[in-house]
Design a protein around this ligand. Structure first.
Ligand code: NAI
Ligand code: MG
Length: 350
């Protein structure tokens, strides 16, 4: 058979992104060798360092440079001396929006050898499907009367039928392939225009997909995530609710350092982007102690998306075995540093 080869753009970014991305690349190259394909990594030095030099997180034609690749592998962006909306809206959000990555997929389950942070968490396995291009994080709004006592800010949430339908459809199909149950995060008691609309559209989609829909108010859902995470399977949520909920689930599972996410353009018109849920962690950056599991798991999701399911399984089994053997970074109560943990995974890959 002809050799399979993929072109992946790498944006390691800032802080611990520059530590966990090279670790994950080593492991992915190793599984690629075992499974008979190659990855051509196109390294991009985009991020805060570039912003300090040139005043922009990425080049003006950055998105065009990424458009012909098979995927984007991102570490994290964010630096203490640059406002977060500058770093986020200068790189991450333009990629998500211009490439219509309208699904943000965040799987969370208990990994071997990791104690859940709540008692009686059981053995849960949750996928949060977050709407990723509209909702509460819309670009519509503005500031007025700047610097005056009557100064104001105005931010308009945006929910479109097409936007809600496509993310609900993705979530319903995923639910159908798992337990057939779909939970929808809502707040239609308090937010009386957009959330009843969300409920209606999600309900239509769930009915036609033949899955059992349970709408749950987001505040109650937050409590249930802590008290009974094993009662959840696939959860579909708007941009803001999904953002918060997925960090909460990740924390319940042990550490934000293990949680991955995929920004998907399901029709495949544009490249999808794979990244850990965590940020650049300036408090531990440069010390070589970051947990690479979130980045590794994001890498496994990328391999799955490329159609390399066996490689994805091999990579996942690699970090699960290392954890099961008691090798853990400090955020998980262990003493391994990034290098030790990565070496342990590499040993368990072939
Ligand atoms: P963070 O996720 O960077 O850190 C939160 C806490 O978790 C810190 O104590 C950190 O040390 C710890 N932590 C995170 N990842 C870890 C890992 N892999 N191993 C061990 N410990 C880990 O979130 P924070 O502090 O709110 O944000 C820091 C910067 O990152 C900000 O500039 C923020 O805007 C940015 N950020 C970027 C994201 C992205 O690029 N997708 C996502 C979230 C935040
Ligand atoms: Mg977040």
């Amino acid at each position: 058979a002809a050799e399979r080869a993929y072109t992946i753009d790498v944006i390691a970014g800032d802080g611990i992104g520059t530590e966990v991305v090279p670790a994950a690349i080593k492991c992915i190259d190793q599984v690629a060798r075992c499974e008979g394909f190659t990855v051509d990594w196109r390294h991009r030095d985009w991020g805060s360092e570039r912003y300090r030099k040139d005043g922009a997180m990425m080049p003006a034609d950055g998105l065009e440079q990424l458009a012909d690749g098979d995927g984007i592998f991102l570490g994290a962006v964010g630096a203490p001396d640059i406002p977060d909306h500058v770093t986020l809206w200068g790189l991450l959000i333009p990629i998500r929006r211009e490439f219509l990555q309208y699904v943000n997929l965040r799987p969370v389950r208990l990994l071997p050898g990791i104690e859940p942070r709540v008692r009686d968490a059981g053995n849960f396995d949750i996928v949060v499907v977050r709407e990723n291009v509209e909702g509460e994080y819309s670009e519509i709004g503005g500031r007025a009367y700047r610097g005056r006592p009557e100064e104001m800010a105005f931010q308009q949430a945006l929910f479109t039928r097409e936007g809600v339908t496509r993310v609900a459809k993705y979530a319903a199909e995923l639910a159908a392939s798992r337990t057939g149950r779909l939970v929808s995060a809502t707040k239609s008691n308090g937010i009386i225009h957009s959330m009843p609309f969300w409920d209606e559209v999600v309900s239509e989609v769930a009915t036609s997909a033949g899955v059992t829909l349970e709408p749950v108010l987001i505040d109650a859902l937050a409590a249930r995530t802590v008290l009974r995470p094993q009662s959840l399977d696939v959860v579909v949520a708007s941009n803001l609710f999904g953002d918060i909920l997925s960090d909460l689930v990740a924390a319940v599972a042990g550490s934000i350092g293990v949680a991955p996410s995929a920004n998907l353009n399901p029709p495949g018109d544009y490249p999808s982007m794979f990244e850990p849920v965590h940020g650049s962690a300036p408090d531990i950056a440069g010390q070589g102690i970051a947990n690479p599991v979130g980045q590794l798991w994001a890498g496994a999701m990328m391999l799955e998306h490329l159609g390399e399911a066996r490689a994805a399984q091999r990579l996942t089994a690699g970090f699960e075995k290392a954890l099961a053997d008691g090798i853990r970074t400090r955020d998980l109560g262990g003493s391994a540093d990034t290098h030790d943990f990565t070496a342990a995974v590499l040993e368990r890959l072939s």
